[in-house]
Write a protein that binds this ligand. Sequence first.
Ligand code: ATP
Ligand code: MG
Ligand code: MG
Length: 353
Amino acid sequence: AQTIGIIGGGQLGRMLAMAAARLNFRTVILEPQADCPAAQVANSQITAPYGDPVALAELAAACDIVTYEFENVPVEAAATLARNVPVFPPPRALEVAQDRLTEKRFLNDCGIPTARFHAVDNQADLEQALADFGGQGVLKTRRLGYDGKGQRVFRSLADRAEGAFAELGNVPLILESFVPFEREISIIAARAIDGTVKAYDPAENVHRDGILDTSTLPARIGEATASAARESAEKLLAALDYVGVVGIEFFVLPDGSLVANEIAPRVHNSGHWTEAACAISQFEQHIRAIAGLPLGDPSRHSDCVMTNLIGDDMDDVPAWLAKPGVLVHLYGKTEARPGRKMGHVTELTRSTG
Ligand code: ATP
Ligand code: MG
Ligand code: MG
């Protein structure tokens, strides 16, 4: 059997390993934390830091293909690996997605609109950028932010910017103009090695405390908005000569037009519903894409709502299990810390057939 290496041992790696097993692939997880969610279901784990040269050589030797489940894999590590074994998505996608400034420039170069932005490398840059945006904007660390961490919102000129650069850690930042969105959507799309692209229907996403709470299908958007999301995905995937699944988050403006927020060069939390409402999940689609197999049909047989189980939401599991038409998926994490993603549920609300 062929072996797939997965860098990163969280729930996304776990769900990729489960999908891989169903298609007869073996999986090896590279992850420093022992007994991680992915290793519980994979064939083996290399327990070492992501950038460790000995571990990377071992991974390349053990695998026919390598992929990753999070976007902060060191680019040099991915590039080194790619000299010895196919690495999908291409390391260039990591490079683009790791830095919000590079990411926004790349999106704009592809003809995909984003919020306006300024690079902020010190407190003076911040004050100048805020003045340009009339005192409103979202200040974010360029790297390593997730679940809304490393961000600060400025609502008006009355919001004092004093000390904000230092408060976010004296690291390179970006100030984005504040987007007055009506709702948020995301699209999950896959590109095969031969360039074929298949996209799932866009999901409508609601966040709670900066963390994705629900993804609902269908999104309350018109056909023109859905097409625009698909077209953006096609442009981006072609520009990166991408192979695998990507997630793209968008803001929807009141007139239905889209502003891209960010991209994830991997399977995405807002695509978890696909395992319950489509014949082929985003996880299987990713495995198919990177293994050179035909992409599956992304059409949706049901409307649905995916809800994340965060921290003590785990207490609700018995009630979810008792409800008909609900698929419960837990990640094997023993300690339910606040803000920690423990699992998700997808409730099928209506058949589209
Ligand atoms: P994720 O966990 O999705 O990776 P993240 O930490 O990378 O999140 P973003 O997606 O950039 O953060 O922002 C989190 C949320 O903050 C967005 O989904 C949106 O609700 C709000 N937000 C971010 N940027 C803007 C903006 N420029 N204008 C208005 N709202 C914004
Ligand atoms: Mg993000
Ligand atoms: Mg986001």
